[in-house]
Ligand binder design. Structure first.
Ligand code: SF4
Length: 281
């Protein structure tokens, strides 16, 4: 059985106290608890502080380009469905330049987990307003306060057919790890938006802010309408699995057995490979 040491990758350059340390530990712990070995997992990231996760965790990995973790991750899953695929990145990466890919990945329901490490700011480029920054949020790019309103990823995912929509907080690692385990076990596209404070540039959305304001949702809401209503009632400050629905994932809907490559032996199923090639001709 793998240990945290087996998952340890390159030495981190994150600032001391950054929320991303706990997110990384939570992902690694969840994978270990579910019995995954590093060679059975692929982590695909975009660009930003959080996207360094694919280098700091020793699994298969691809540090892609800005906002493009989801298309690449979907390609990885289609090419080798036996891998447990995790896409990850920040709120700027996923809900700014990557927002179109996010909506399509949600509605496509490919079997993978998307971890959005949400610190409400661009950290790597030294503290600019992001698509998740609050209205009137002040940074060097919005000196008189942000005139826009933030993207709501939970409601967007629920409204666009998301089958697993959850939110966690890196300051509550136990709950976060439990939520990540549920996401990794979900058959279909699972979103986990994780509040992960940027201690260097964001002095508003701090650990204390989330400790004081987050509301626990103990069980998924029964309908999409109720789930969106609860998210809106609490201004998005909820923690838990907000909505979950069992539905065939994309590959099951295509109707073929996708076990083409055995990741343990490296052997290809030639007959299935020919069948798949024929489908795309
Ligand atoms: Fe973390 Fe912010 Fe430092 Fe980036 S700049 S590593 S997000 S604390």
């Amino acid at each position: 059985m793998a240990t945290l040491k087996d998952y340890r990758g390159d030495l981190s350059t994150w600032c001391p106290g950054c929320g991303h340390f706990s997110v990384m530990a939570g992902i690694q712990k969840a994978l270990i608890n579910l019995g995954y070995e590093p060679h059975e997992v692929a982590i695909i990231t975009g660009i930003g502080c959080s996207s360094k996760l694919s280098e700091y965790t020793r699994t298969y990995g691809f540090h892609t380009i800005h906002g493009r973790s989801l298309p690449v991750a979907q390609g990885v899953k289609m090419a080798n469905p036996n891998l447990k695929v995790i896409a990850a990145g920040g709120d700027g990466d996923g809900y700014g330049i990557g927002l179109g890919h996010f909506v399509h990945a949600v509605r496509r329901n490919i079997d993978m987990t998307y971890v959005a490490m949400d610190n409400n700011i661009y950290g790597l480029t030294k503290g600019q307003t992001s698509p998740r920054s609050a209205h009137n949020f002040v940074t060097k790019t919005t000196l008189k306060g942000n005139k826009e309103y933030p993207v709501d990823p939970l409601s967007t995912a629920i409204a666009n057919g998301g089958t697993f929509v959850a939110q966690a907080f890196s300051g509550d690692i136990k709950t976060m790890t439990e939520i990540l385990e549920k996401a990794l076990q979900h058959k279909g596209f699972a979103l986990v938006n994780i509040f992960s404070p940027c201690v260097t540039y964001n002095k508003v959305n701090t650990y204390d802010y989330y400790k004081d304001n987050l509301v626990n949702i103990d069980a998924p809401l029964a309908t999409r309408e109720e789930a969106i209503k609860v998210v809106k009632e609490h201004d998005g400050l909820v923690q838990g699995v907000i909505y979950q629905e069992e539905r065939d994932d994309f590959q099951t809907k295509l109707g073929i057995d996708w076990k083409i490559l055995d990741v343990k032996t490296g052997e290809m199923d030639e007959a299935l490979l020919r069948q798949t090639e024929a489908m795309f001709k």
